[in-house]
Ligand binder design. Structure first.
Ligand code: MLT
Length: 202
């Protein structure tokens, strides 16, 4: 028994990287499977359900208010999720996955990059914000990170997303950050950027 409720789809193309799919608040392990199949056809898909319930809505860590995080819980949950990735890699025979996270799922992926960089080989962070008030010292050399943000996102100030992109690239990640003329929801442009970024994976 692995430590998170999850869905797993084995790879059908072993040259494609495994994806760790991380849903937004109120989503579940089924939400992003279709997105994963579209943006990286043939990849193995590992899709856990967040363990926190906020008024019945699954999430990956606790928050005190919208955009105000319980940082001790962010740290605990990022480590717990990284441990799950280790278990799942053994159980399913996977390389380190690329995280694909939306909103709350993007935020926990950003925290994992900072706290447990070995758990992920890279990350696509869709509508992410700064997960920890202080970035721990970390070496992200060799990790590719795609970030897409909404210039009109009512939850995430553009400056906050830019700060996250800056701290990831200061840590050595190869960051591509796109500020799109949209809000919190994903757009067709997000999909196009994801498809392109995945097709450029070595
Ligand atoms: C969060 O709590 O991670 C952010 O506010 C995004 C969200 O899930 O609404």
């Amino acid at each position: 028994e692995l430590s998170f409720i999850h869905r797993f789809e084995p790879a059908t193309d072993s040259s494609r990287p495994p994806l760790l799919l991380l849903h937004g608040t109120g989503g579940d392990e089924n939400d992003l499977l279709g997105l994963g199949r579209t943006i990286s056809p043939g990849s193995a898909l590992l899709s856990p359900r967040g363990k926190i319930l906020e008024n019945g809505m699954p999430r990956f860590f606790r928050r005190l208010a919208e955009g105000v995080f319980d940082e001790a819980d962010v740290k605990f949950r990022a480590n717990e999720l990284a441990d799950f990735v280790t278990e799942a890699r053994k159980a399913y025979g996977l390389e380190a996955p690329i995280a694909v996270g939306f909103s709350n799922g993007a935020n926990i992926a950003a925290a994992m990059l900072m706290l447990r960089p070995d758990a992920l080989s890279g990350a696509a962070l869709l509508r992410a914000m700064v997960p920890l008030s202080e970035t721990p010292p970390v070496d992200l050399a060799g990790k590719r990170v795609l970030m897409t943000s909404g210039a009109m996102d009512p939850i995430i100030p553009a400056d906050n997303a830019k700060r996250l992109a800056a701290s990831l690239s200061e840590a050595g990640a190869e960051v591509q950050h796109h500020m799109l003329p949209t809000g919190h929801n994903l757009s067709q442009t997000d999909l196009q950027l994801l498809v392109k970024w995945f097709s450029e994976q070595s």
